[in-house]
Design a protein around this ligand. Structure first.
Ligand SMILES: [Zn+2]
Length: 244
């Protein structure tokens, strides 16, 4: 390329997206003179879902700006908590984030997820059709233009992923109201109604029942409950009280 030279500064939080030799505070870039600022930032490996303010010579500028010679560009991260206007906050998770999906549902957060890989175009289309924030660790997926909204998930560990998403979007938490298997709403169910769906041991031992209105799965306070209680308690302590 033989176009104008600009200088680009990535905020520290965004530098790990770039190749090691471009993680400096300020990097000289030769552009092609036609590409937008959005393309230049993406060429550094930074998904635009992670970018907040863009400043050109100190002035806030849109991603569609075509940078000219000598301009200095500052790339800032999204502000947390991040608001996503235009629809109730709900998520769509890619195929690698099943554990995170179940934990969000446990907290009552609307988290769509298919355990089958439906492919990037279908995921992006579903994000657009249902106005869901797509959560992914796949930067290529987050670059798809048809996405309604998206967010990079910064950790590969489910407990850190959960804190990342809860801290970034601060969704309302309503634990034990959503089916962890299918994302459907839970409703109270009395013992008689769910009787035939329970094992004998469960029938005599447990009293608290709920049933998924979508898939009819029955929930009770079972053997794994202590671990789930701990996840819920930690989330409520750090990210707010449950919704009444
Ligand atoms: Zn269900």
């Amino acid at each position: 390329m033989n176009g104008p030279e600009i200088h680009l500064s990535l905020a520290p939080e965004l530098r790990f997206f770039a190749a090691p030799e471009r993680r400096r505070e300020r990097t000289a870039v030769i552009t092609d003179g036609a590409s937008t600022l959005g393309h230049v930032v993406e060429s550094f490996g930074v998904p635009l879902t992670e970018v907040g303010r863009l400043l050109v010579d100190g002035r806030e500028t849109a991603v569609t700006h075509v940078p000219g010679a000598g301009e200095s560009v500052e790339v800032h991260p999204v502000v947390r908590p991040q608001r996503v206007p235009g629809a109730p906050l709900r998520f769509l998770l890619d195929v690698h984030l099943g554990t995170l999906a179940r934990r969000l549902r446990l907290l009552g957060v609307d988290a769509a997820y298919e355990s089958e890989d439906i492919g990037d175009p279908a995921l992006a289309a579903r994000s657009a059709a249902q106005r869901r924030v797509l959560l992914s660790r796949d930067r290529g997926l987050l670059r798809r233009r048809e996405l309604w909204a998206g967010a990079y998930v910064y950790s590969d560990r489910p407990d850190e992923q959960l804190r990342d998403v809860l801290g970034r979007f601060t969704p309302s938490l309503a634990p034990w109201t959503r089916c962890t298997a299918c994302n459907g709403p839970l409703e109270d169910a009395d013992k008689d109604t769910v009787h035939e769906r329970l094992e004998h041991g469960t029938r005599s031992t447990y009293d608290v029942f709920a049933r998924c209105a979508a898939c009819e799965r029955v929930y009770w306070r079972g053997a794994h409950h202590a671990r789930l209680e701990a996840i819920v308690a930690d989330a409520l302590e750090e990210f707010g009280a449950p919704v009444a």
